[in-house]
Ligand binder design. Sequence first.
Ligand code: ZN
Length: 437
Amino acid sequence: MVVDRITQLLDGIESRRDDMIQLTVDLLGIPTVNPPGEGYLAICEFLKARLQPHGFEVLLLRATGAVGDSDRYPRWNLIARHEGRHTGDCVHFNSHTDVVAVGDGWTVDPFAGQIKEGRIYGRGACDMKGGLASSIIAAEAFIETFPDYAGAIEISGTADEETGGFGGVAWLAEQGYFDPSRVQHVIIPEPLNKDRICLGHRGVWWAEIETYGHIAHGSMPFLGDCAVRHMGAVMNEFENTLYPALSERRTEHPVVPDGARHSTMNLNSVHGGLDEAEADYTGMPSALVPDRCRLVIDRRFLLEESLDDVRSEVHSVLERVGETRESFRYDVRELFSVLPTVTDKSAPVVTAVASAIEAELGQAPDYVLSPGTYDQKHIDRIGRLSNCIAYGPGILDLAHQPDEYVGIQDMLDATKVMARTLTRLLTDDPSGGATSE
Ligand SMILES: [Zn+2]
């Protein structure tokens, strides 16, 4: 009876509770900090040793030549595939293995996987080693309960998501690993919370603006032309016209948190004049009028906006500044852009996870979009696979923060949702795992 097997599946996950915790702690203990991108081979080898005995065929793939790959910091990726007994769809769980820098403010060891009050602490606990561990436990429990399933399950551990994913999912997609002929459903266990399905994300435009001036002695600035003052005028125009316009725009899509339903722009960094002094330099700066100033902007845009509009809006700010400032000269260099993406609510992976959430948590899911991009962009654009979502345990707001953690009960619940999703997509269970009684 299918119903009995659902109960068996859920019991199987409960009985793996300690294993799930230890797996998460072990993953946290491999400090895969990016940049620069440490420990990728170590974590891939760890995952290989874990998955191979469970019947997965494992590939370790180095993204040779990709942005970020070097002999010192090679970009290693893992794809593990388990074949069912019959032909059918492939469900792929994609997790990035990299974590961001530790930063200040921690009260626990960021790599020790300390457990306190039902939470596992560590850099990457929620973003996203907890999600990776959940997907592994879900797959292992599912395979044990439904050894006769149809199709295939893949688990990937990929590099560099935190720095754009070029040596990770983008590279794998270029090699055809996310081609719709071999993978039909993709779940990315990013920390969006156990009751939410993330359908996509806003767009990104990163650009560097440079203003130019004329170098001179700082005691006679009238003989020079100060590039920093020109940039100040640009930032002033942003404050007066662009920021008010952005905050008035609001998307119809359910982007979270609420502030991200508006268009936003972060001033990532600004630099003009002398280089930052070396840490051991104790002298004074020299008296110079700066002849260059650079500002990096990080513009996040809505599904309702076009990339062309986003670009031309910034260009018109610069043109307006030029009308009031003699000798104003500038360049704009585009660094990076990603179009917004959203998966249809009726896509099969969405309806499968939605019904699994309802069965497990007794409530309909919330549908959300992410404020920032994640690897879905590459799966969608390079892999041409649009049946892709993010679903995983953990609280998004904790990502990249000190004392990052993932809740153990949240992980168990999300693991059960993932396993029920596999039941729905890879077995002929008519209930889709809807009944656990
Ligand atoms: Zn992440």
